[in-house]
Design a binder for this molecule. Structure first.
Ligand SMILES: Cc1cc2nc3c(=O)[nH]c(=O)nc-3n(C[C@H](O)[C@H](O)[C@H](O)COP(=O)(O)O)c2cc1C
Ligand code: FES
Length: 640
């Protein structure tokens, strides 16, 4: 272990680490992110270790466990450097072959390569895969290059040089000035200007001041913050220390959900190592600046990600919000000035300091600078973490990076901004994505969840999904949010189950307005957004549910029936065999019939009916035709 006591020593250490490393020595990197971990990357790592030991190759080969690469659905991911040969869905049984062929012999194993679904071409190098090639990975890029548990990996990539620059060449005021000029906006939801918040906190004449990382990340489908903290914790820590220096804080917290154990572990290791290397604690890099960080493990409530709730939780109480007549930057933890920023926001800071405000403002749009990481999930071919410059269009993200919609289905909408965001329809797919554009469209950036929906999605059902989520997550402290969400849930349930009545839409709109105007915190004020945005773009679907008792997407079970067309059924027995509740009767030569009273509307019969017959149909908004009487069900096959 090396204690570094000046910027010059940090630079020297970086050079020494690089000098010790042979750039031509094969390095096998295994993604150890949460998703790859669940698909077996640990076992893959063990298999590599065993095979290398068996062949006595430790002198010739290096193995590294890295953070999430972002293309999580293809895990476990293995990349072999220096070439960058990338293998997907690697299994322990593949390891001997990878070592003997690729590592030792530089031969590519075709079956483990990525196959481009459009061109059917196999791609060898990770950065050539369209999912990666069309991204700009300024913040997330190092995740796949370093071992998050090894501080020297981060230092070898230039890590902590921004801190050294800030502490040795800049005053706190100058750091603040650069951040303000970079015009960086918070990545956690509201897009509040970072420099302005820092300045407010700095100018409060009270001590001590706190700086805090928000890694609560409770939005369904979002996992960019945890992946960044898991995969590159030092980048977040470096940003936090720089922020503390600019604000005049000597104490910080990383608030991270207990349910993200890898993020908790890796952040803890990063804090410990940074302390040992002299990058945290007393007299950092010989500058006289002191700063310490603690981890606060969050109890896993969505509302606790809200700033005042999060700070209440840090104080040891239940993480509920309070009225914010006075902002938390002025009176936060224990009533002291507390600056809270999102994980991704903090990880941007070293880039801004190292490259300057002009470099940063050249990326993005007029009022949204830099890049943004999105969790691209739902009905899209390539799900994963995507980083693009602000202003990239939804179409580029969904098609050029996401690879389009699976099974040739039509794109219907994209939900951005988490549970408080909104749904943007197909006709607006060419909209550029930045803070202001998304707000204009009735959605928001949020922390970066992006859920893609195809033609089989019912938008009333989507609105209900988010209202159900928020109903569970509302802390219940204020009436408009607690009762408003319950009322919304009831109205939406009625609509989805065929009990919708005239006036429901107006009631939803009124409730939405009251909640927005009177709720205590932003959970309540924005809770109706999914309803409001689906009403704005998909009002006809609400009307069809209410007036015709019809679900146009055939999703709402109470409004949908499955029916086998007697003129098309070929008695192939497939649906009959697959029905999980034996609701289909028939035989080898007998036309099949769905017994409506037994059917649970799971849709299996519709899925499995061979397309050449297409005998199973979905019916909504009209009565199911009567089944033929038993004696008329004998199938007369045409002679060939
Ligand atoms: C209900 C609710 C949940 C929130 N959850 C998060 C979260 O998980 N992570 C986050 O960074 N911000 C979250 N926020 C936003 C924070 O209150 C705060 O604005 C943000 O952490 C500030 O950081 P930024 O300026 O860097 O965006 C949430 C807000 C609300 C109302
Ligand atoms: S966890 Fe491996 S690519 Fe995301």
């Amino acid at each position: 272990m090396t204690r570094i006591s000046s910027p010059a020593e940090l630079e020297k250490l970086g050079q020494e680490i690089l000098a010790k490393r042979d750039p031509n020595k094969p390095c096998i990197t295994i993604c150890a992110g949460t998703a790859c971990h669940t698909t077996g990357s640990d076992e893959v790592g063990i298999a590599f270790n065993e095979e290398i030991s068996r062949l006595n190759l430790w002198e010739q080969v290096e193995v590294k466990r890295t953070g999430c690469h972002g293309f999580c659905e293809k895990g476990p991911i293995v990349v072999i450097y220096p070439e960058g040969i990338c293998y997907f869905q690697v299994q322990p049984r593949d390891i001997p072959e990878i070592i003997s062929q690729t590592v030792m012999d530089k031969r590519v194993i075709e079956r483990l390569l990525y196959v481009d679904p459009l061109t059917k071409r196999k791609i060898v190098i990770e950065s050539d895969i369209p999912f990666y090639k069309n991204q700009t990975r300024l913040v997330f890029g190092n995740n796949s290059k370093l071992d998050p548990k090894d501080i020297e990996d981060y230092i070898a990539l230039g890590g902590y040089s921004a801190l050294a620059k800030a502490l040795s060449e800049m005053t706190p005021e100058q750091v603040l000035e650069v951040v303000k000029r970079a015009n960086i906006r918070g990545r956690g939801g509201g897009g509040f200007p970072v420099g302005r918040k820092w300045e407010t906190c700095r100018n409060v004449p009270a001590e001590p001041k706190y700086v805090i990382v928000n890694c609560d990340e409770g939005d369904p489908g979002a996992y960019m913050d945890r992946s960044l903290l898991e995969g590159n914790p030092h980048s977040v820590l470096e940003g936090l220390i720089i922020g503390a220096y600019a604000i005049g804080s000597q104490e910080g917290f990383i608030y991270v959900r207990q349910e993200y154990p890898l993020a908790v572990d890796n952040a803890g290791i990063a804090i410990k190592l940074a302390g040992e290397y002299g990058l945290l604690g007393e007299n950092i890099l010989g500058s006289g600046f002191n700063f310490t960080v603690k981890i606060h493990r969050g109890a896993g409530a969505f509302v606790s990600g809200e700033s005042s709730a999060l700070m209440t939780a840090i104080e040891g109480m239940v993480g509920e919000p309070r009225p914010k007549y006075i902002r938390t930057a002025v009176e936060g933890v224990w009533g002291k000035p507390s600056n809270l920023n999102n994980v991704e926001t903090w990880a941007n800071i070293p880039l801004v300091i190292n490259n300057g405000a002009e470099w940063y403002t050249a990326i993005g749009t007029e009022n949204s600078k830099g890049t943004k990481i999105f969790a691209l999930v739902g009905k899209v071919n390539n799900t994963g973490l995507v980083e693009v410059p602000m202003g990239t269009t939804l179409r580029d993200i969904i098609y050029n990076i996401g690879g389009g919609i699976p099974k040739g289905k039509k794109f219907k909408a994209v939900q951005t901004g988490g549970p408080s965001g909104g749904c943007i329809p197909e006709q607006l797919i060419d909209s550029p994505v930045d803070f202001d554009e998304l707000t204009k469209l009735g959605s928001m950036m949020g922390s970066g969840g992006m859920i893609i929906m195809d033609e089989d999605t019912c938008m009333v059902d989507v609105a209900k999904y988010f209202v159900d989520f928020l109903c569970d997550e509302s802390c219940g402290k204020c009436l408009p949010c607690r009762e408003g969400l319950k009322q919304m849930q009831e109205i939406l349930t009625n609509i989805n189950e065929g009990r919708g009545s005239e006036g429901d839409i107006q009631l939803l709109e009124e409730l939405a307005q009251v909640m927005a105007d009177t709720s205590l915190c932003a959970l309540g004020t924005t809770a109706a957004n999914p309803v409001v945005s689906t009403l704005r773009y998909f009002r006809d679907e609400y009307e069809a549910h209410i007036e015709q008792k019809r679900c146009p997407a055939y999703v709402c079970k109470e409004l949908t029936s499955y029916y086998i067309d007697p003129s098309k059924c070929q008695a192939c027995m497939i649906c009959l065999r697959e029905c999980p509740v034996q609701a289909i009767v028939g035989g080898k030569n007998q036309i099949h019939v769905v017994e409506q009273d037994k059917c649970t509307k799971c849709g299996t019969c519709f899925e499995v009916c061979p397309p050449r017959f297409s005998a199973v149909t979905r019916i909504s908004g009209e009565p199911v035709p009567p089944a033929p009487p038993p004696k008329e069900r004998v199938l007369v096959r045409e002679k060939k």
